[in-house]
Design a binder for this molecule. Structure first.
Ligand SMILES: Cc1cc2nc3c(=O)[nH]c(=O)nc-3n(C[C@H](O)[C@H](O)[C@H](O)COP(=O)(O)OP(=O)(O)OC[C@H]3O[C@@H](n4cnc5c(N)ncnc54)[C@H](O)[C@@H]3O)c2cc1C
Length: 441
């Protein structure tokens, strides 16, 4: 069994950010990153479907300590390269143990034991940078008669090297993935049919836009609160701006009930105007041998059906957590500042914003973790655990993946505001570590 000071699990944006701030604040600290994939990047290593790109602007999605140099929206492969370059530039890559999945974490005698198939580590602290998604199982809606369908079905999360050239393609889903994928495949596909229950809110971004991290932070947050405060007015404003919307084509939910998708240089809006692209706003009844039958009786013939149907939320990478031999059910805990859980000592975890760049939260959480470790070091403390306090958890956003996963999240939250970066920025940086919600030993 190897002993280190800190174990980081996951080598995506959160893992890289955490490692950067740990190194900066504790140059002598011995840490290890354990990653189940064969390369770093997390989401940006796994997501390789055509058109994959960021929805956030890269001024805020890039690291503040290594600003992004490309255009305002990052393409998936470029983001992956940027993450690899960042990890190499700051000497982080050499700390990563690849192809190793953590199966369980056990807290006993004031230390963690991290268990993988071949090796285990002990450490004082564990930082979970495992993302918010079940990597091994995406959301795959089931319709009757799937075995009859003679075409191919693929989920965007498990994209291989699917051939869509000269094929009739159906895409199920209306979110960010469907919106970015459609323009990326439309030239080569024979036809593309988008099947969606409701259209999504989509905004256009100009790829040539130049801005700054500071401006984009305030603009994004202002836009979010403005659209929530004046829901009807904002809806009207968007409908008036884009000819894509008319009285028959309006999302069934309010702007920002779900994360809006982004079209780049009008690529999505131009694609749906092509003759070979059609959009069906209908539920699906069942599979046929040649495609899908919609609730209105129409059959959509396809050679390839793409599930752009999103993810299954998962916290802490599906790892079994034991505290003094008792298995923890996260649904019985309180989520302290969206970075720790009641009853689980010395374990930190990252999650992102619903309305702002994920990276921005990873940075402030990493800094708060470092401040907590400094505080514990100064006072000679061995453990720190949040109390079970706070208010009942509410869905942060009306997105389906959140609604269907509420029983996997903590049932209480304390000082966690995942819609307000500015509030958290101030609170994380300038409030006391011993804020009354933590018990130290
Ligand atoms: C297509 C797409 C576009 C997106 N665009 C944006 C955007 O524009 N803006 C935004 O803010 N967010 C966006 N997101 C959300 C995105 O997931 C986050 O921005 C961010 O990449 C998450 O980083 P992370 O490091 O926290 O987690 P991840 O990138 O999910 O990385 C987690 C890592 O942990 C590893 N891991 C998990 N469990 C274990 C285990 N048990 N043992 C070992 N390793 C484990 C995984 O293999 C993975 O490498 C997007 C997501 C997708 C899918």
């Amino acid at each position: 069994m190897e002993k280190v000071d800190v174990i980081i699990i996951g080598a995506g944006i959160a893992g890289i950010t955490t490692a950067y701030y740990l190194q900066k604040n504790f140059p002598k600290l011995h840490y290890k990153i354990i990653e189940s994939r064969s390369d770093l990047g997390g989401t940006w290593d796994q997501m390789i479907f055509p058109g994959v790109r960021s929805d956030s602007d890269m001024y805020t999605y890039g690291f503040s300590f290594n600003p992004w140099q490309g255009s305002i929206i990052g393409q998936g492969a470029d983001i992956k390269k940027y993450l690899v370059d960042t990890a190499e530039k700051f000497g982080i890559k050499q700390h990563i143990l690849f192809n190793t999945r953590v199966s369980s974490l056990n807290w006993a005698d004031h230390q963690w034991t991290t268990q993988t198939k071949d090796i285990s580590y002990t450490s004082n602290h564990v930082i979970c940078c495992t993302g918010s998604r079940d990597y091994r199982s995406a959301n795959f809606p089931k319709f009757e008669g799937e075995h009859l369908y003679q075409g191919k079905i693929v989920h965007t999360q498990d994209w291989g090297n699917e051939d869509f050239k000269n094929k009739h393609v159906a895409i199920i889903g209306s979110g960010c993935t469907a919106v970015t994928m459609t323009p990326a495949i439309v030239d080569q596909a024979k036809s593309v049919t988008l099947i969606q229950r409701s259209p999504a809110w989509i905004i256009n971004v100009d790829s040539q836009e130049k801005s700054s991290r500071f401006y984009k932070t305030f603009e994004t947050i202002f836009d979010y609160f403005y659209s929530r405060a004046f829901k009807k007015f904002y809806k009207k404003k968007i409908i008036a701006k884009y000819s894509y919307y008319d009285h028959t084509n309006v999302p069934s939910y309010n702007f920002w009930d779900q994360r809006p998708a982004c079209s780049l240089d009008n690529d999505y809006f131009n694609s749906v105007n092509l003759d070979k692209v059609s959009v069906e706003h209908q539920g699906i009844s069942h599979w046929e041998t040649t495609g899908l039958k919609l609730n209105n009786g129409k059959i959509i013939h396809s050679d390839l059906t793409i599930m752009a149907t999103g993810l299954n939320a998962q916290l802490l990478g599906g790892i079994d957590i034991f505290v003094d031999e008792k298995k923890i059910n996260l649904n019985d805990t309180s989520w302290y500042r969206g970075m720790m859980f009641s009853g689980i000592p010395n374990l930190f975890a990252h999650t992102g914003y619903i309305n702002f760049s994920w990276t921005a939260r990873c940075e402030i959480v990493s800094q708060r973790i470092c401040r907590t470790l400094q505080y514990m070091g100064k006072k000679n403390l061995v453990s720190c655990v949040p109390k079970y306090i706070g208010k009942k958890s509410e869905p942060a956003i009306e997105a389906n993946y959140v609604l269907r996963s509420m029983d996997k999240f903590p049932n209480r939250t304390y000082k966690f505001n995942n819609a307000n970066y500015l509030f958290e920025y101030i609170s994380f940086k300038w409030t006391r570590i011993n804020d009354g919600a933590l018990t130290f030993k």
